[in-house]
Design a protein around this ligand. Structure first.
Ligand code: DHB
Ligand code: FE
Length: 276
C-alpha cells in the first residue's frame, strides 16, 4: 500500500532512486562502522557545503566534480558517435554573451602569458565543413583565475570570446597558452581534498562550446600536452583525445603576419559535431 501526504504525487522514479541510494548507503555504513562523532562530522560537512553555496558558487557541484560524479553523469547522458569531438566537464565559470569577435582577434586583454595562435575547422562526422558554426571559448588568465573570479582586477571578459567559423568552416584566434589552476579550494571541498592528500589542480585547458543548427552542441576542452596535472586532473576531466600539440614557432616574420610576437605557440585543432 502506498500512502501519500495530501497534495504530493507519489513519484515512482524517486522511489527507485531512493531505494538504490539507501541500499548502497547502508552497505557503506556497515563497512565503515562510523562512530557517532564520525557520523556528526559527515552531517557538519554537508551543512557547511550547503552554507558555502551562493548564486556564483555551487559547492555541491565542486563536490560532485572531485568525486568523479559529474564526469560519470556526463558520460551517461552524452554518448556521442566515436567520430565526434568528445565532450568534457562544463565547470562553473562559463558566462553567456561573451563578446563576439572576428576571426584572428586576441581574446587575452591583460597581456599576460605566452602568446598562442589557434586555428582549425569545424566539420560534421563525414568531414564536411560547417560554415558559420559558433565557437564559444573561455580560459583562465596566466595567474590561474577566470575573469569572474577577479572582477575589478582583470578586464571584464578577459580570455572569453565567441567566434563564427567562415564559409570553409575555418576559425582562428589569438590567446595565451593555458596554465593549470586550482579549483576554488577555500571551502569544505578544498578542506576535504587537503585531508585526503589530494591537490586541487585542474590540468591546463581551454574551454569550448561548439554549436551549429542541426548538430549536437559539444561542451569540450583542449588540454596542453606538457601539464604536470594531465594524469591527475582533480575533476577527472581529461580525455586523451582532447590533448593537443602545442608547437613553439620562433619565426618573427610569421608572428608579425599573424599580429603576434615570436616565439608563439601554434595549435591546430578541428572540431567534429554529431548530427542531431
Ligand atoms: C572547472 C572548474 C571547477 O571548479 C570545476 O569543479 C570543474 C571545472 C573548470 O573551469 O574547468
Ligand atoms: Fe576551466
Amino acid at each position: 500500500v502506498v500512502n501519500s501526504r495530501m497534495g504530493d504525487a507519489v513519484s515512482p522514479r524517486l522511489r527507485e532512486v531512493m531505494s538504490v541510494l539507501v541500499r548502497h548507503l547502508h552497505a557503506a555504513v556497515k563497512e565503515i562502522e562510523p562512530t557517532h562523532e564520525e557520523w556528526l562530522t559527515a552531517i557538519r560537512f554537508l551543512t557547511e557545503t550547503g552554507q558555502m553555496c551562493s548564486d556564483w558558487r555551487q559547492e555541491y557541484i565542486l563536490l560532485s566534480d572531485v568525486l568523479g560524479v559529474s564526469m560519470l553523469v556526463d558520460a551517461i547522458n552524452h554518448r556521442r558517435p566515436s567520430a565526434a569531438t568528445p565532450n568534457t566537464i562544463l565547470g562553473p565559470f562559463y558566462v553567456e554573451n561573451a563578446p563576439h569577435y572576428e576571426n584572428g582577434a586576441n581574446i587575452c586583454l591583460d597581456g599576460k602569458g605566452e602568446p598562442m595562435v589557434i586555428s582549425g575547422i569545424v566539420t560534421d562526422v563525414h568531414g564536411k565543413p560547417i560554415p558559420g558554426a559558433t565557437l564559444d571559448v573561455w580560459q583562465t588568465n596566466n595567474d590561474g583565475f577566470y575573469d569572474v573570479q577577479q572582477k575589478g582586477i582583470q578586464p571584464d571578459y578577459n580570455l572569453r570570446g565567441v567566434f563564427s567559423a567562415g564559409a570553409d568552416g575555418g576559425y582562428w584566434f589569438k590567446s595565451v597558452k593555458p596554465r593549470h589552476y586550482p579549483i576554488p579550494d577555500d571551502g569544505p571541498v578544498g578542506k576535504l581534498l587537503g585531508q585526503l592528500g589530494r591537490h586541487p589542480n585542474r590540468a591546463a585547458h581551454l574551454h569550448f562550446i561548439v554549436s551549429a543548427p542541426g548538430y549536437e552542441p559539444v561542451i569540450t576542452h583542449i588540454f596542453t600536452p606538457d601539464c604536470p596535472y594531465l594524469r591527475e586532473d582533480t575533476v577527472f576531466g581529461v580525455k586523451q583525445e582532447l590533448v593537443a600539440d602545442f608547437d613553439s614557432i620562433n619565426d618573427a616574420a610569421r608572428a608579425g603576419e599573424l599580429g603576434t610576437t615570436a616565439p608563439f605557440w601554434n595549435v591546430q585543432w578541428n572540431f567534429v559535431l554529431a548530427d542531431k
